[in-house]
Design a protein around this ligand. Sequence first.
Ligand code: SF4
Length: 295
Amino acid sequence: MEKNDVKCAQKNIMAWYRSCGRHDLPWRKTMDIYHIAVSEIMLQQTNVPKVIEKYISFIERFPTIESLAKSQQKDVIMQWQGLGYNRRAIYLHKMAQSVQNDFGGFFPEDPNILISLIGFGPYTSRSIPIFARNCDIAACDVNIARIMRRVHKVNDASEKQVIFWTEELLYHGHSRDWHNALMDFASIICTKRSPQCEMCPIKKQCLSFPDPQDAKKILRTEVGRSEHGKHIPRRIFRGRIIEYLRTHKGTTDQIGNVIKKDWQSTKDRVWCESVLKGLKKDHMIVCEDGVWLLK
Ligand code: SF4
C-alpha cells in the first residue's frame, strides 16, 4: 500500500470507530491484564453478547488470577457454562496456575513468553499486551486477516504476507484503540458473509470494492450427526454432554439418551462412545467403571 493510502485508511477507520465503535464493552473499560486475558479467551469462539454476560459473572466469581489458580477445575467448568468449547476453561485454569507457579503471580507481558502459556496462540499472545498495555505491535486474527486479504485483493495471500500488511497498517502509538477499531470494523462493516462495501470508510483504498469474492464461498459443513433428519455439529453434542454431566453421572447409554433426541442404542452407541472418548482425551471428563463424570 502507498504511504498515503495507509494514512487515509488509518484516519478513516479511526473516525468511523469513534462514532460507531462498541465503546461500552466491559473489557474495554479495564487495563487489568488478567481480565483482558479472560475476555480474549472467551471471545475466541463465542459471540460478543454471550461473552458480555459470562465475562461479568466469571470476573465476579474469579476476580484475580490467584483466585482462579486456587479453584477446582470443575468449578471453572461450571462457571464457563453457556460459553461452549469447554476446553478453553481448562486452558484458562492451567494458565492461571502456571502464572502463579512459574511467574510468581505476575502476568507476563512479553508476547514471546505469553505464547509459551497453554491456550495462547500467536494472536492472543500479542493481543493481550496490546489491549492491556497499548503495546506498539500488531496482532492478526482471522477477522483482521480477512480485511487485509480483501483490501489487497489477494484471497490466497500467505500468512506471512498478511502479517506484513497488518504491521504496515498499524496506527503506531494507538495500538489498543486501533485493534479495537479493526475488531469492530470486521464485525460490523467488513463482515465474513455480507460486507457493507457501499458504506465502508476505506472503500477508496480497498481493491476488492465493491464485490469481495471470498464472501460468496459456500460454508463447509462441520463434522456431526443427523438428529431427526437435521445435521447437528459434533461440538453441539459435546456441549450437551458437558451440560448433562454438570449435575449428573452416567453410562454411555444414559448420556446418549439425554443428548440425542432420536437416540437408538444399537445405531448411536459407538458414535456416542467416540464423542465421550474425545472429551476424555481433552481432559474434560473421566470414566470410572463404565460411568462418565466431569473431571
Ligand atoms: S470495501 Fe468491502 S471488502 Fe473492502 S474493506 Fe470495505 S467492506 Fe471490506
